[in-house]
Ligand binder design. Structure first.
Ligand SMILES: [Fe+2]
Ligand SMILES: [Fe+2]
Length: 292
């Protein structure tokens, strides 16, 4: 087997592990779900609110909605649409079967990483990207929200299914003071963007999501038709890392590329700052609710 074949075989194995046993969530989410389902006064809306801040459950829901069994006429990339398509009872079942991740689950981080911090980062990126879409482009921004929430799902898969390698990657990233993707490539031969791309592709998610997740650290490689969501995601990811919203996988930032992306989506720093302030408030509210 040559190097390239070996890489794809390894990637395929991770995707298979994910699809055979599914990705777990953090304790806060699973406890929140149990509370909602046991409360007779709660509704589908309450369940949606918690699912939309959980990358694994959102992934699971979209995978199910786009499966052969449900066969939507056009692929589904929005959470609300997926919920309507699979129905509330199935949604409840799906949420109740969600397991808690044991490793990296606690509040204390390992080399700057914990699942809680990654969750917080994912939600912040999703909110920021959605607000940019709403305010600047006058669009609903539901697709870009999902892209933000799932963009680092490859990291979650590595932390759950390649634990030894992942610990090595985390410590090497810290000692060598480099970005996570660089260490991932050195240790595994590929990085979490490729894992995320392979996973979402295997779930039959819309190509737009697969592409922007797959190129979230290299927006220049994105297909022309997905340029706007791809650049927006890059900007949102960059800002959340700079502001320290949760975990940061790329502490060494490429400011030139960031400025170029801002310009290409025609977003001024002033408008961006205002949006970031609102995201900060939202995150604070979630912290007060004990979610992160
Ligand atoms: Fe990333
Ligand atoms: Fe990220």
């Amino acid at each position: 087997m040559d190097q390239e074949e070996e890489k794809y075989a390894k990637l395929e194995k991770i995707v298979q592990m994910v699809n055979n046993s599914e990705i777990s969530s953090v304790q806060n989410i699973v406890s929140g779900i149990t509370k909602i389902i046991n409360d007779p006064k709660s509704s589908a809306k309450d369940l949606k609110e918690i699912i939309q801040i959980d990358p694994p459950l959102t992934g699971k829901l979209l995978k199910l909605a786009n499966s052969v069994y449900y066969s939507p006429r056009t692929q589904i990339s929005e959470i609300q649409q997926a919920i309507i398509w699979v129905g509330y009872d199935t949604l409840k079942e799906l949420a109740l079967s969600q397991k808690v991740c044991e490793v990296f689950a606690g509040g204390t981080d390992i080399e700057g990483y914990s699942r809680i911090l990654l969750w917080k980062h994912s939600v912040a990126v999703a909110l920021l990207a959605k607000m940019i879409y709403r305010r600047e482009f006058g669009r609903k921004g539901e697709n870009i929200y999902v892209a933000g929430l799932l963009h680092d799902i490859g990291i979650i898969a590595l932390d759950q299914f390649c634990q030894d390698d992942f610990r090595l990657i985390l410590s090497k990233t810290k000692t060598e003071k480099q970005n996570l993707t660089k260490t991932e490539k050195e240790v595994l031969g590929f990085d979490h963007t490729e894992v995320g791309k392979a996973m979402t592709d295997s779930w039959n998610l819309p190509q737009e999501l697969v592409e922007v997740i797959g190129y979230h650290h290299n927006p220049d490689n994105i297909a022309r038709e997905f340029l706007r969501p791809g650049l927006t995601l890059y900007v949102a990811d960059y800002v959340c890392q700079q502001k320290g919203f949760g975990y940061s996988d790329a502490p060494i930032q490429d400011e030139k590329l960031f400025r170029r992306c801002l310009k290409r989506i025609d977003l001024t720093s002033y408008a961006l700052d205002l949006i970031v302030e609102d995201v900060e408030q939202e995150i604070l509210k979630m912290e007060e609710q004990g979610l992160f």
